[in-house]
Design a binder for this molecule. Structure first.
Ligand code: HEM
Length: 705
């Protein structure tokens, strides 16, 4: 403030008494500095002496500061003004003197400025009328600048400060929003320069020139981008008109809103632009293929080209390219090869695995039978299938089954994983990591911790085994691995720990296989029973077929029965087509320009076989919205066009296991029980806006046949 009042004095003399300014030449210019320093010191010393924290003010602010800022006021340097003693109401003169001193400093400056300013306002025009035109303009502009320069801080700085100082006098119980005040204080330096640029025409012209140059450069960049984007777009498969930088986001958001979900939006674009279409998500073109032939041509015939998946920045940061689900390159290849090899050795798709699946199913059915009242058990489908499928995958991975007595272990793993996945929103998946880390640090930490604890929970048994091996209480039988963990640890023992085989990648692999193997199969089973309950005639026909081939249910249905059950196969095919559990399939990088369905797709684009859009393509599946297993009886070849497990190098690793589970669970449950809904059935899509679907809430009754 004293700096501003110096400027007022200077201007005043420049107009009315230029002679006086001569006095301040050379070392006498220091007088201006001394003037400012004098008031500055007075202000600082009075703050230091009068506003030091004492017992009363500490006590007074302790709770308030703790509640508002979560800090203890005694732990950082602070000054405080408390006008009255909160206990006995006596005036705290020491603080009052400080306040009076501040007011004196401020008001002295205002007095000087008001006197100089008012005199100039009244008499300046008369005084400068004989000056040259340019000088007159300069004087006017400098005066205007000074008025603006003092008005701005008065409004955004001094009035709020005065309020803070004055209010304690009146012992008013008001809460001042300190965040807003701090913002307005910090605006001051910027406002000061803007005032000068606004009032002084030379500065104003320069500022406008700089802005115009920036605008020109920006336009040029946009024009080049637009041209490049146009060139790219004209070669890519068709799609809606895209804008620079944001691409088709406005259209995507609009159609998500108007059509009610991701699948209907993709279906809308497919109908409008054909079976292969491009959507620009931000600056990256995403090519969706929604017919079987082109998908096959791209992802099977040219499989090697499409092995690399696109992973969102946050997953790249957290997963460090380890595991299988969110990894690429040599490590991914090795992990996939090893997992397939191990699953095969453990009998996936063969008798050995059938025995494991049936053991789990029998155990669950025993629980159902035990709970039956007059042959009827009512249960949540999610609980039944979660436990069955979770137990299968857990026993394959770490050799531990879930039963009634340790059901809570399973529920805990699932709860931790669900919570972890629910923290990831589409926003987190698209934002660069530095933005999340710097602007949303708590959210970022929550997501990271969620991932870590999911990994820790899923791999708990494997970590225990490592300790047991070290303590000599467990020895791996290399001729008879009990589970995936045995096989992995054996590889680590044999070859030594290396960048592919180490404890961290074992933990990540267990988590990845858990995630991919559990929710997918459960969602399909629940969605399937929901449809069968809605269309019981198909359930009855499938059951009749099963009775016929098992001599009236005198034995279990086995995987070897598959060729003899075309109706059940058709029912499962239709369940998978209809459930189509991924709304959006994983994206792959297109690493070199390639023709797809007659269109050239540039390198750098993302491509996928859009399974959900493919499964509702009416040119392939007539009335796709209808649940109609008999479409596959009428046309046997149509079943090939249902591809719920994807295609090519990154297709589902657990396809064989999942197919066995679906066949044995649907087949044997239909053979053992009749089913009825308990409560309302749903036809509504769950989470239509997310990348994957979630299981229905389905309560049903198991009725002994
Ligand atoms: C009905 C059940 C299942 C369905 C519908 C399903 C579907 C899928 C789909 C669509 C993909 C992505 C394919 C692509 O990118 O084009 C996938 C990937 C994967 N699935 Fe499954 N899946 C199921 C069960 C399982 C099971 C039981 C496992 C076994 C543990 C499993 C393990 C995986 C893995 C590891 C991947 C990633 C493969 C990679 O990136 O290389 N899935 N699954």
């Amino acid at each position: 403030m004293s700096l501003l009042s110096v400027q007022f004095i200077y201007r005043y003399w420049a107009v009315f008494d230029v002679e006086k300014l001569q006095f301040f030449k050379g070392r006498f210019a220091l007088i201006w500095v001394l003037y400012c320093a004098f008031f500055g010191f007075q202000y600082s010393l009075s703050t230091y002496f009068f506003f030091t924290l004492d017992e009363v003010s500490t006590e007074y602010f302790l709770e308030e500061v703790l509640i508002r800022y979560h800090r203890n006021i005694q732990e950082f340097p602070a000054t405080a003004m408390v006008a009255y003693d909160p206990v006995d109401g006596s005036v705290r003169w020491w603080n009052i003197m400080g306040i009076l001193n501040l007011l004196t400093v401020v008001n002295t400056q205002y007095a000087v400025m008001i006197y100089c300013g008012w005199s100039m306002h009244m008499q300046m025009e008369d005084k400068i009328k004989n000056f040259s035109g340019m000088l007159r303009r300069h004087h006017r502009q400098f005066f205007k600048t000074l008025v603006l320069q003092i008005t701005t801080p008065t409004v955004i700085l001094f009035i709020p400060i005065t309020l803070i100082i004055i209010l304690p006098f009146f012992n008013l119980n008001v809460s001042i929003p300190s965040g807003v005040l701090l913002c307005s204080f910090t605006l001051y330096p910027a406002m000061d320069s803007i005032c000068v640029m606004y009032a002084v025409s030379e500065y104003k012209r320069t500022a406008i020139r700089i802005c115009r140059t920036i605008q020109k450069v920006w336009k040029e960049v946009q024009r080049k981008k637009l041209v490049r984007q146009y060139q790219k777009v004209s070669r890519l498969p068709p799609g809606p008109v895209s804008l620079p930088l944001i691409g088709n986001l406005p259209q995507i958001v609009y159609y998500l809103y108007t059509t009610g979900g991701v699948v209907s939006t993709l279906d809308f674009f497919r109908k409008r632009y054909g079976n292969i279409f491009t959507l620009w998500v931000g600056p990256i073109p995403h090519v969706s293929i929604a017919d079987y032939e082109t998908s096959h041509e791209v992802f099977v015939k040219n499989a090697n080209k499409y092995a690399d998946k696109f992973h969102s920045p946050i997953f790249r940061e957290m997963r460090k390219d380890i595991g299988i689900l969110t990894a690429n390159g040599d490590h991914w290849q090795e992990m996939r090869r090893f997992a397939l090899f191990t699953f095969r050795n453990m009998g996936v798709g063969k008798d050995l695995m059938e025995t494991r699946i049936m053991e789990e199913l029998n155990a669950r059915c025993a629980d159902i039978d035990k709970a039956a009242v007059n042959g009827v058990t009512t249960t949540q489908a999610a609980e039944f299938f979660d436990l069955t499928v979770g137990s299968i995958i857990n026993s394959i991975l770490v050799g531990k089954r879930f039963e009634e007595h340790n059901k809570n272990d399973f529920l805990k793993i699932k709860e931790v994983m669900d919570a972890s996945f629910e923290t990831f929103s589409p926003f987190d998946m698209t934002m660069p990591v530095w933005i999340l880390k710097n602007f949303f640090p708590r959210r970022f930490e929550k997501m990271r911790n969620g991932q870590e604890s999911s990994k820790q929970f899923a791999a708990k048994e494997a970590l225990k085994r490592i300790d047991e091996i070290k303590a000599g209480r467990y020895v791996i039988d290399e001729n008879n691995f009990q589970d995936y963990t045995d096989a992995f640890l054996w590889k680590m023992q044999k070859d030594g720990e290396n960048e592919d085989y180490n404890v961290e990648s074992l933990k990540t692999m267990i988590l990845d296989l858990w995630i991919t193997g559990q929710e997918t199969t459960t969602t399909t089973l629940i969605s399937g029973f929901n449809q069968l309950l809605l269309h019981s005639k198909f359930m009855e026909k499938a059951r009749a077929e099963l009775f016929e081939i098992t001599e009236n249910g005198s034995r279990n249905v086995s995987l070897s029965d598959r060729p003899k059950t075309p109706y059940l196969n058709a029912v499962i095919g239709e369940i998978q087509r209809h459930a189509s559990i991924l709304n959006v399939n994983f994206w792959r990088w297109n690493n070199e320009p390639t023709y797809m369905g007659g269109h050239m797709v540039d390198s750098g684009a993302l491509v996928t076989a859009q399974l959900s859009a493919l499964h509702v393509n009416e040119t392939v599946f007539e009335h796709p919205e209808k649940f109609d297993p008999e479409r596959f009886i009428r046309d046997e070849k149509l079943l090939q066009k249902v591809i719920p497990f994807g295609l090519g190098k990154r297709s589902c690793l657990g396809e064989s296991l999942a197919r066995s589970e679906l066949y044995l669970i649907f087949g044997n449950l239909l053979l053992r029980y009749k089913f009825q809904p308990h409560g309302e059935l749903s036809t509504r899509e769950i989470m239509p806006y997310s990348a994957g679907k979630r299981p229905f809430k389905l309560e049903m009754q198991f009725i002994e046949v």
